[in-house]
Structure formats: structure tokens, C-alpha cells
Ligand binder design. Structure first.
Ligand code: AMP
Ligand code: ZN
Length: 476
């Protein structure tokens, strides 16, 4: 195994930095989790594929990983700048369900997507509402020096910490991107630590506090759960690029207040760029949006989406298209054809001299701020290696796949065939395709014959070559 030093891009310094763990041999990572008021869209899931690759890379590098992902089930308002309603309260009212049912349902849905995308389980899934007493305690600790009360709750005075907004680098006097909607705020960027339930109203989720009955502000939970579960300072904090502008600067401000220093709570702040889609189906608040289930309904295996994510660097914007997804699926299928050939091979020497340079390239790519697109090419070159001991090859591929998480020895090419939910089977169409296929085979045009078989497979029809009972096809 090579030992190229791991370098990661730190949004705080806007530079790649060598990874120096806070605790020797360990890596402690906190990832901002989903707000469970609706299904996650595949853009949200890009954030967790990224965090997963980061965690797997840290494990690959030999660090003992402690990963925390939180579940936001309270406090996230429809507008990040302290305006609007709590997203969960709003959805619960719309669906006439209890907020707890809403949270449970969408947390479960998120966990299913996590599993389908082969994202490893973190050490802790921390649920925000489990930490409300700790949040109150944290707020009590910083209230006197850093907060002030308004009619609507307790607010954080961002002028009380040094260099507020250094992460976003865009905060001006007027608080860029924010509107001073809450009357009495001292600075436009000030934010709620505790939101009091307005007089005469009851919220489904509310707790007693020294500032009145109410609910915590959204930013508080991540500071508290990060500190409780990982301890300040921990190594890496992750989230989508949108969090670089408001949520994370606010977390940092709270952490500075709590630590009584300039310390940001985490040493490295990492942000994945967005998955974008032209027609705007990437918003959870819009009607129809891109969920993993929609990909399945259209006949795409979730691993095709994981592959799509790996093909782009996490700091680049990634444009979603069905053609792009098809290409990713095809690439994955090719890999699976290669690994299926090694199904019976035993263990071998992954450090074989022919393999070592590829392993080094793979390691270098990952060490360079998780360059997965480049790492994939090293994996493909390994898959293409000829005249080499099958066991050695198999072991080396398995090793690389510990980081890529594509399940190259767990899935087969046929697993990638998912029958689209809309597929209709017309026997005439099937028979016609089989006649065309027979002709192609007779002419030794195997490319056409294979393509026809695959096309039928996507429609849920399995071609049964050489079946002893003489069946030509069956519904799979
Ligand atoms: P949310 O459930 O809205 O709190 O978001 C969960 C995670 O997804 C956060 O880390 C967001 O920054 C991230 N995220 C939101 N939209 C996208 C997107 N289109 N592409 C990538 N990440 C996203
Ligand atoms: Zn967070």
C-alpha cells in the first residue's frame, strides 16, 4: 500500500490542506443530515454519497472513522433566514398527520435510499429532537455574552464573534442574501437560537425553556450534536454547498461562542456541489421531483446513480440527465462483466507487481481531494489487466471497491436490469424481436443480438437461450 498524504479542500481556507487528525489515528466526521419533511431528492443523496466516499477514503487510509449524520426533525424553516414556518409543521398540517409520523416516515424513506446507494451506516444517526435539553443547555451557556431576546425568541448577535461569515466570504454589512425580516434584530445576519411559540398558538413540537415555550433554531442542533458526539474540535464537517452561506457560518459562530475562542468547532469544512437539473425537478418543495424511486421506476438500478456521482468530482456541479444516467449504467455493467469472470477466483496478492502501479494511481487520485473520476480509471485499467493471476486481480478489485462502494462482487449484470414500472408486454412485439435476433445470430451479428436481448430485458422479458424445454423467453 502506498502512502500518499491525504489532501482535502477546506472551504474555510479555500485551499487543499494535508489531513492532520485531531486524535492520532482517528477521523471524526459530522455530516449535516436531511430535513425529513419530504422524500430526499437525488441531489440530497449526492451529499451523502460524497460523505460516504470521504468516510471510506479515511478508512482506506487507515483512520478509525467515527461518522455522525443527523436527522433534522425540528427547526428548519421554509426560509433559511428565520422566516416562514417550520418545514415539518407545515407538511404535517398539509397531510393532516402528526409531525412525529411525518418525521418517521421520511426518515425511513431516507434510510432506504442510503441503503440502496450502498452508503455505509455512520456510527451515529443523531435525531435533533433527542437533543433538545442539550440544545437548551448549550444556549444557556452562550446566551449572556452572545444573545439577546426579542418578542419572537432568543437571537444570536453575530457581531459578538470575530470574523463572522468568514466561511461564506460574502457577508456584507447588509447581510447579503438576507432580508431583515425580524423586527429588532441588531444585525441582518443575526439568527434565532430559540423560537418562541407565538402567544395564542400551539405548535405540535414545543418545549419549555428559559426563554419561553418554543423550539430550537435550526443551526443549534448541529453545533450541539457535533460537540456531544465528536467533541470540539473534530476533524471534518460536511454539507452541500448551500450550507456554506448561512447554516455553517451560523454553526461556526455558535461554536466560537461556546468555545470562547476563534475555534470553528471543526478543522475542515467540506462542501459538495449541487446536482442540477434544467427543468427544476430538484426541489423538494416542488410538486414532482427526482427521487431515487423515480429512477427505479424508469428501470435504473440505484448503483447507476452512485456511479454517476463518482464520475464527477464532488466540488463540480453535476448536471443530471437520463442519457448521463444511462451512460453511467452502461459503464457499471461493463465493470460487472469483468468481475463476473472472476467469480470463482480465490484470494490473491493485491500487491502483485503488475497491480501495484494501478493501486498507487488509485490512491493518489483519492488523496488528491477525493478525485473519484480519476480513481475510476485506475479501477478500469485494473479490470482490463490481462494475463494475471485471477485471485490477485480479484483481491485488488475488491480492495478498490471498498472505497468506490459499487458492489462489484455483490451485484451481477442481471441485477442491473430493472423492469420499468410502466413497461407493457406485447407478445407480438416480443416474437418479432426474437425473429430479428435469430437472424442477427445467424449472421454472426452478436452486437445486434445482444442489444435486442438487453432491450427485451429492460421490458421485463428474459430470453432463454438453449432452454431444454424449448422455451424462447419468459417474463422475469
Ligand atoms: P436538506 O434535507 O434540504 O437539509 O438537505 C440535505 C443535504 O442535501 C444538505 O447537505 C444540502 O446541502 C444537500 N443538497 C440540497 N440540494 C442539493 C443538490 N441539488 N445537490 C447536492 N446536494 C444538495
Ligand atoms: Zn447542519
Amino acid at each position: 500500500m502506498t502512502d500518499t498524504k491525504l489532501h482535502l479542500y477546506n472551504s474555510l481556507t479555500r485551499m487543499q490542506e494535508p489531513f492532520e487528525p485531531v486524535h492520532e489515528g482517528e477521523a471524526r466526521v459530522y455530516s449535516c443530515g436531511p430535513t425529513v419533511y419530504n422524500y430526499p431528492h437525488i441531489g440530497n443523496m449526492r451529499a451523502y454519497v460524497f460523505a460516504d466516499v470521504l468516510g471510506r477514503t479515511l478508512s482506506w487510509k487507515g483512520y478509525k472513522l467515527t461518522h455522525v449524520i443527523n436527522i433534522t426533525d425540528v427547526g428548519h424553516l421554509t426560509d433559511d433566514a428565520d422566516e416562514g414556518e417550520d418545514k415539518l409543521e407545515k407538511m404535517a398540517a398539509e397531510k393532516a398527520k402528526s409531525i412525529w409520523d411525518i418525521a418517521q416516515h421520511y426518515t425511513q424513506a431516507y434510510w432506504e435510499d442510503v441503503k440502496a446507494l450502498n452508503i455505509r451506516q455512520p456510527a451515529h444517526w443523531s435525531i435533533a429532537t433527542d437533543y433538545v435539553p442539550q440544545m437548551i443547555e448549550f444556549a444557556e451557556g452562550i446566551a449572556e455574552k452572545h444573545c439577546y431576546q426579542l418578542e419572537s425568541g432568543l437571537y444570536f448577535d453575530t457581531s459578538t464573534v470575530s470574523d463572522y461569515g468568514k466561511l461564506a466570504r460574502a457577508v456584507t454589512e447588509d447581510g447579503e442574501g438576507r432580508i431583515q425580516t425580524v423586527e429588532g434584530k441588531r444585525n441582518a445576519a443575526d439568527f434565532a437560537i430559540w423560537r418562541k411559540t407565538p402567544p395564542g398558538e400551539t405548535r405540535q413540537m414545543e418545549w419549555d425553556s428559559p426563554w419561553g415555550k418554543g423550539a430550537p433554531g435550526w443551526h443549534l442542533e448541529c453545533s450541539v450534536m457535533g460537540e456531544k458526539l465528536l467533541g470540539f474540535p473534530f476533524d471534518i464537517h460536511t454539507g452541500g454547498i448551500d450550507h456554506r452561506e448561512i447554516h455553517h457560518p451560523n454553526e461556526i459562530a455558535q461554536n466560537q461562542a461556546f468555545c470562547g475562542s476563534d475555534a470553528s468547532g471543526a478543522r475542515i469544512w467540506m462542501h459538495n456541489n449541487f446536482l442540477v437539473e434544467r427543468s427544476g425537478k430538484m426541489s423538494k418543495s416542488s410538486g414532482e421531483f427526482l427521487r431515487l424511486q423515480l429512477l427505479l421506476d424508469k428501470g435504473y438500478h440505484p448503483m447507476a446513480y452512485r456511479m454517476m456521482c463518482l464520475q464527477a468530482h464532488y466540488r463540480s456541479e453535476l448536471e443530471f440527465s437520463w442519457d448521463g444516467l444511462t451512460a453511467a449504467l452502461t459503464r457499471l455493467k461493463r465493470m460487472l462483466i469483468a468481475t463476473e469472470r472472476l467469480a470463482d477466483a480465490g484470494e490473491g496478492d493485491a500487491n502483485h507487481p503488475k497491480i501495484a502501479p494501478l493501486m498507487e494511481r488509485f490512491d493518489e487520485a483519492l488523496s488528491d481531494d477525493l478525485n473519484t473520476p480519476l480513481a475510476l480509471t485506475a479501477l478500469e485499467d485494473l479490470l482490463a489487466l490481462k494475463k494475471i493471476d485471477a485471485g490477485a486481480k480479484r483481491s485488488a478489485i475488491a480492495k478498490m471497491d471498498q472505497v468506490m462502494g459499487l458492489g462489484l462482487f455483490e451485484h451481477s449484470r442481471t441485477d442491473m436490469r430493472i423492469r420499468p414500472s410502466s413497461s407493457v408486454i406485447d407478445e407480438v412485439e416480443i416474437e418479432e424481436a426474437l425473429v430479428r435476433r435469430k437472424t442477427a445470430r445467424a449472421e454472426k451479428d452478436f452486437a445486434t443480438s445482444d442489444a435486442l436481448r438487453d432491450e427485451l430485458a429492460t421490458k421485463g422479458v428474459e430470453v432463454m437461450d438453449g432452454d431444454t424445454l424449448g422455451w424462447d423467453w419468459k417474463l422475469s
